[in-house]
Design a protein around this ligand. Structure first.
Ligand code: CTP
Ligand code: CA
Length: 232
């Protein structure tokens, strides 16, 4: 169900959506990863398609069928996700980073499978921080007027509430909109429902009631559309 906006309001717009969770490989069979299912990103791609957009979906390790009519680029690591998003963003009117990139990668990749030692010891793993794609595309916009959207799953902590942390993250990243999920209750990963607040760099704050991920997707596109500069 849509939350409003004319059905064809993304016609003539190119949009990029990233989805899923990246993997960082230790050896040919092992990786560090996360629980992102890709469902919210896929819902965003389908909703944009339904509203007339030309959609590129960059999918990291998602076990869902490619949405019809959408250009899907499959990637696995954060480096691959970054390259695919930067390439597609060069032509995009909007970019939505719904993917969960792994924050860290092992500093070394073992070409052959790491074997157990007889003495019961475990090998140390050293990690390096991955590049922040959302920050990079927000701070170096490929096109004037491009609208950039990030996601944040927060629990809140001693330093602030979920919304405080969301606002601080929005400012740090430099994106236009940040979709803030409160995950302190647990059930967002892999579920069909989502609930969020869309915070905007221009001060706006739009709560979206718990509902299908397609409903949140349409609410996000509603906010993107109002921030586009009119086409000639
Ligand atoms: N993101 C990104 N590149 C990364 C990490 C995150 O583009 N290397 C994007 C995500 O796709 C999301 C947004 O940044 O849209 C926020 O992700 P999140 O993990 O909440 O932010 P981090 O900066 O990694 O902060 P945290 O320490 O809370 O994980
Ligand atoms: Ca992170």
């Amino acid at each position: 169900m849509a939350t409003g906006g004319p059905r064809n309001d993304l016609a003539g717009r190119r949009v990029v959506v990233s989805a899923g969770g990246t993997r960082e490989y230790l050896d040919p069979v092992r990786f560090l990863g996360n629980r992102s299912s890709g469902r919210q990103g896929y819902a965003l791609a389908r909703a944009a398609m339904a509203r007339g957009a030309d959609v590129t979906l960059v999918a990291a390790n998602v076990e869902l069928p490619d949405p019809a009519g959408v250009k899907v680029v499959h990637v696995s690591t954060t480096a691959e996700l970054r390259a695919a998003v930067l390439e597609a963003a060069a032509w995009a009117d909007a970019v939505v980073m719904a993917a969960a990139p792994a924050d860290f990668r092992p500093t070394a990749f073992a070409e052959s499978k790491i074997k157990k030692a007889e003495d019961g010891s475990a090998p140390p793993i050293t990690l390096a921080q991955n590049p922040d794609i959302l920050k990079e595309i927000s701070q170096h916009r490929a096109r004037a007027g491009q609208v950039i959207v990030g996601f944040a799953a927060e629990t809140g902590d001693a330093t602030g509430s979920v919304l405080d942390l969301g606002r601080a993250k929005l400012a740090r990243k430099g994106c236009d909109l940040l979709v803030v999920n409160d995950v302190s209750g647990g059930a967002v990963f892999g579920s069909n429902d989502n609930e969020a607040v869309i915070v905007a760099a221009d001060g706006g704050e739009v709560p979206v009631a718990r509902g299908a991920k397609s409903q949140l997707a349409h609410a996000i596109w509603d906010q993107v559309v109002t921030r586009f500069t009119p086409t000639a």
